[in-house]
Structures are given as C-alpha cells and as structure tokens.
Design a binder for this molecule. Structure first.
Ligand code: NAD
Length: 481
C-alpha cells in the first residue's frame, strides 16, 4: 500500500519525511505516512482559519456537505476498510462497520436541529439565546477506532460551523488520511484538513495559537498534558479518556446468559475499547459457573489475521500495547491468579495474544486496578453487593459500567449507584449518535454525541434587541419591577 497524503487546503501535500506504519498481524512495516512539519501544520491551521470565514455562514451548505460525506463514505468502504484492517488489525467486517458508523454519524448530525431559544419576547426586549461556532478545531484521535472516533468529532464540529485540523494516531494514520483524501470531492477546501506525525505533532497542535478548541480522545496521561497545553490560551477542551469499566453480576443472574454477553462487551475490538468491560464482579455462589462460561467463549474464539474471513479477534494493535498486556497478565499470574484460559502471547509473528480469563484475583492486582486495553479479563468474586459497588467505584476511572441480573429493576437501581458516564443494565457498549458519551472523574471532560456533543463545538451567544423607547431597559430593572 502506498500513496498516503495529507490534505491541507483541499490539496495533497507532499511529505518531506515519512514514518513507517506496521501491520500488527505481521509486526512488519507495510506502508509509510507523511511526517508533518511545523510549516505544514501552520499551513493547515491557516487554511482552516481562512475556510472558516465562509463555512460558518452557510448552515444549509454544512448540512448538505455532511450528507454528501456520508455518501462518499458508504461508497468508499471497499477502499478504506482494507487499509484500516492492515494498520489496526481488526477483522475486515469490523473495519467496514467503522466506515458505516462514520457515515451514520454524518447523517445524524446533518439532520440534527441546532438549538436556539427565545427567552424574552415582550414590550421591553426580544432576547434570543443562540449558539455560535468556535472557529478552528484541533482534533486528535487514538488507534483503537481511528475512523469512528474521528467522525464523533468531525460531524458535530462541522455542522456547528467550525473548520478542523485532524491528527490520527501514528499507529493508525492511513485510513484517516485516505478517508479525508476521498472526502475532498465534497468538502470545500480548508474545512477538513488532516496531518500525520508522532506525538510531538499533537503537542504542537494543542499549543498552536490558531485553534480555539481541542477535541481529544486518548489516554488519561496524554489528556492531562492536553489540558495543560490548552490552559494558557484558554482553549476549550473535550477530553474522552481511558476507562476501567466494571461489570457487576447480581445473584439472580443466569451465568450462561451473562457470560456470553459479558464476553462480547469485554472482547470487542480485542478488548481495545475505552468503554469495554475491564473487570467483572461476580457473587461467590455464581463465580465458578461464570468463570467457566467466560473461559469457554474465550477458548472458542478464532484469533487471526483480520483479512481471514473467519477471524473474530485480530492482533493487539501495537508493540507497546502488546508488551503492556503481557506484563499485566504475567503480574497477575505471579501474584497467584489463574489463567483459566489463555495467558500467553501466541506463537506466531505479529502482536497476537490468547484471549485470557483470569480468576482467583482481587482489587489491588494491577490488571484489576489499571486499564489493560487488551484481550485479558479479570473476574473478581464478591460476597456483599454494597461492597462490590464500593470497589467498582474506588477508582479514578469513571467512563462506564454495567449491572447484570434477571430482576432488571433491581439491576437498574444498582447501576444508578455506579460513578460513571454511562451505566448499562444487561448490556454493555450500546452506543448511538444520539446518546451522549463522556466520563466521570479522570475518564474525561465534556461530552460527545447527541445535542450535548454538538453544544461542545459552540459558544452561547445572547442576542438582545431592545424595544424600550430610550434603549435603557437594563434587565435587572425588569426582574425587580
Ligand atoms: P494516547 O493518549 O497515547 O494517544 C492518543 C493521541 O494523542 C494520538 O494521536 C497521539 O499521537 C496523541 N498524543 C500523544 N501525546 C500527545 C501530546 N503530548 N499532546 C497532544 N497529543 C498527543 O492514546 P492511545 O494509546 O492512542 O489510545 C488508547 C487510550 O485511549 C486508552 O486509554 C483508551 O481508553 C482511550 N480511549 C478513550 C476513548 C473515549 O472515548 N473515552 C475512546 C477510545 C480510546
């Protein structure tokens, strides 16, 4: 695969330098991505700032463009998805789903009403509260869902009237570069620019004087750096960060049923999902049954190259993440945990790790307390439900969580006690463009999706038209009269 270019001002920008992108199924470099220079980054922000002048004035064009973008995406899945599988590792079917999700997000926001409210309409004044775009947005994305997560940003930001410079992860830049290149046919020049490079490029973006907003998805560690970098300039920030989602199984749950659904919620995208289930709390009486059922799903799952049709789980995306999963599993086992199934890297090239179910461990073990972000799931037993809820909440993470039981009302009540942005009952990872998504505590600041996500790409403006004869209707007077 070759010919991946940055898009700046609607044009291909030749790379002075480039960096290698690995296929995680082989561990080998299979293509190169342009390394954006500082001058090129300046040019990208400059073109976004110029395009903003017209883009912000034409809401009809913005809506029409988003619909055209969806059409291009749907027509291009066959081109984009193989690139995504090659750089990310996920099965081709899942890569196609990412492209479709990107299209669905464009369609949803194309049709979402932009809020505006009249709060006073009387003899004294007409007062409207409207939303205005922020300007240029810098968007930075991670490697687990490069396209889906980019469009969680692109679609609302563009609808709100902003323009954008987007930077994908250096582990997965190619599908984003290719997608934005294909979108040039329908997006006015400068509205959506894409640059590629390493982590330094992200830091240049957050410290750059042009963008008025940083929208970031990635790790907590980097998110804190982004917040610091945005602070001196009071840039607006949305941070979608890491999670360590608990799933709490209640004592009336059916072990076979919950194990199947929890396995799906934990091992989706090979466990590399911010809001995947990352630790399971099970009552002692059900513990062995749930662990055994989870292990049988794990051992029956076909792991392989994402291009093979029967592959359900691909490799871990990159070498550092592969090492991290190895380290956390080895740490748990050396501390006395049992790998009921899995526990090791697979004996083949690439970053393949056996789907792993860990039992006989508790809070205080690193893989329970930290975000593993890979195909290894710790299962912890509990005796007292209140204690389980407390342990589930005893963390800096707060992205999402789930509660599982036959009495759904009781499960709903318990789920309401979880300190997290999304609390699911008898499901996990149910996400939709209209459903707000964000984290409590260190899992994030701000919201993506739905009207709440759209609002994050705008500022409130009060439009106050006086109807007083003398123009002196100071509002506090209206309140006290
Ligand atoms: P990461 O923080 O290492 O990198 C994310 C992006 O930030 C990359 O594009 C990277 O190049 C860039 N970056 C790195 N240093 C930077 C800096 N100093 N300034 C600006 N940008 C910088 O994260 P990752 O390893 O790519 O992704 C995995 C993490 O993302 C996990 O913790 C996962 O939970 C989290 N995540 C969160 C969500 C969510 O919506 N909450 C979704 C997906 C992933």
């Amino acid at each position: 695969m070759s010919d991946f270019v940055m898009t700046i001002g609607g044009d291909s920008v030749p790379a002075g330098e480039s960096f290698g992108v690995h296929n995680p199924a082989t561990g080998e470099v299979f293509a190169h991505a342009p390394e954006c220079s500082r001058t090129q980054l300046d040019a990208a922000f400059d073109s976004a700032a110029k395009a903003y002048r017209d883009w912000k004035t034409d809401e009809d064009l913005r809506r029409a463009t988003l619909l055209r973008m969806a059409d291009v995406l749907l027509a291009s899945a066959g081109t984009i998805a193989p690139v995504l599988t090659a750089e990310q590792g996920k099965p081709l079917g899942d890569a196609n789903m990412e492209v479709f999700a990107a299209a669905i997000w464009c369609q949803y926001f194309a049709n979402l009403e932009t809020p505006s409210q009249t709060i006073q309409d009387d003899a004294d004044a007409l007062v409207d509260v409207v939303r205005r775009p922020l300007g240029v947005v810098a968007a930075i994305t991670p490697w687990n869902f490069p396209l889906t997560l980019a469009f969680w940003k692109i679609a609302p930001a563009l609808l709100a009237g902003n323009t954008m410079v987007l930077k994908p992860s250096p582990f997965t830049p190619l599908s984003t570069l290719k997608t934005v290149e294909l979108l040039r046919s329908v997006v006015p020049p400068g509205v959506l620019n894409v640059v590629s490079g390493g982590d330094d490029l992200g830091a240049w973006m957050t410290g750059h004087p042009v963008p008025r907003k940083i929208t970031f998805t990635g790790s907590i560690e980097t998110g804190k750096k982004v917040a610091q970098s945005a602070a001196p300039d009071l840039k607006r920030v949305t941070l979608e960060l890491g999670g360590n989602d608990p799933a709490i199984v209640l004592d009336d749950a059916d072990p076979t049923w919950v194990a199947k659904a929890i396995f799906a919620g934990a091992f989706n995208n090979n466990g590399q999902v911010c809001s995947a289930i990352k630790r399971v709390y099970v009552p002692e009486a059900l513990y062995d049954d749930v662990v055994d059922a989870l292990a049988s799903h794990a051992s029956a799952t076909k792991v392989g190259d994402g291009t093979e049709p029967d592959t359900k789980l691909g490799p871990i995306n990159n070498a550092p993440q592969f090492e991290r999963v190895k380290e956390l599993v080895a740490d748990a086992i050396s501390g006395g945990a049992k790998a009921v199934t899995g526990g090791h890297p697979m004996d083949r090239p690439g970053y393949f790790f056996e789907p792993t179910i860990l039992a006989g461990l508790s809070d205080g073990t690193r893989i329970v307390d930290e975000e593993q972000f890979g195909p290894a799931l710790p299962v912890v037993s509990y005796r007292d439900l209140d204690d389980a809820v407390e342990r589930a909440n005893a963390t800096h993470f707060g992205l999402s969580g789930s509660v599982w039981g036959t009495d759904a009302d009781r499960a709903y009540e318990v789920a309401g006690r979880l300190e997290c942005g999304t609390a699911w009952v008898n499901t996990h990872l149910a996400l939709a463009p209209q459903q707000p998504f964000g984290g409590f505590k260190w899992s994030g600041i701000g919201i993506e999706n739905g009207p709440w996500g759209l609002a994050e790409f705008s500022e409130v403006q009060v439009m106050h038209r006086s109807r007083a004869d003398d123009g002196l209707n100071i509002s506090i007077a209206g309140l006290v009269s």
